[in-house]
Design a protein around this ligand. Structure first.
Ligand SMILES: Nc1nc2c([nH]c(=O)n2[C@H]2C[C@H](O)[C@@H](COP(=O)(O)OP(=O)(O)OP(=O)(O)O)O2)c(=O)[nH]1
Length: 146
């Protein structure tokens, strides 16, 4: 890995149903100052030597206090991960809580459970999350028809 490589971040699209999601969890950040107040998918950076899915389980346990089962990845158009300019890239998986009730423990001050129909508009997402949430919405809408 070169010093130019983007830092890998993992995010969880916490939904009610992995196959036909109708509710999405949004989390409001408290830090750093330029991102505070923006809404995001809970998650964080992959530690050195850690597998991305290990990082996802660890971050969701630390940030929300939950255990999850992991479903499919929401693959980014570039096949590598969603760009979080200027220097991060995020892989996103659908996840469902199997143990615990999500709470804003660490780096968030509010959580919202958004019903399908208000995923893109229900909160003010961080700029980089807008295309991600659009893609999640498209996936969920497509599934409701089946
Ligand atoms: N977790 C997460 N980070 C996002 C999203 N959208 C977005 O632009 N980011 C940015 C914010 C941060 O600059 C970076 C992720 O870093 P983080 O602060 O969540 O990572 P971390 O929990 O490991 O935190 P730290 O150890 O660096 O304090 O990606 C998102 O939906 N989820």
């Amino acid at each position: 890995m070169s010093s130019q490589d983007p830092t890998m971040v993992v995010g969880g699209a916490v939904v009610d149903d992995l196959h036909r999601p109708t509710v999405l969890l949004a989390a409001r950040r408290t830090e750093p100052p330029h991102l505070a107040g923006g809404w995001e998918l809970p998650g964080g950076k992959v530690d050195p030597g850690e597998e991305p899915l290990q990082a996802l389980h660890r971050e969701l346990a630390e940030e929300l206090g939950v255990k999850v089962e992991v479903g499919e990845e929401l693959v980014a158009p570039n096949g590598l991960g969603w760009d979080l300019p200027p220097s991060h890239r995020m892989r996103v998986w659908l996840v469902r809580v199997t143990d615990g009730e999500p709470a804003p423990i660490e780096v968030h001050d509010e959580l919202r459970h958004l019903p399908l129909g208000s995923w893109t508009t229900g909160v003010s997402w961080l700029r980089a999350d807008v295309p991600i949430v659009r893609a999640l919405t498209a996936l969920a809408e497509e599934r409701q028809g089946h």
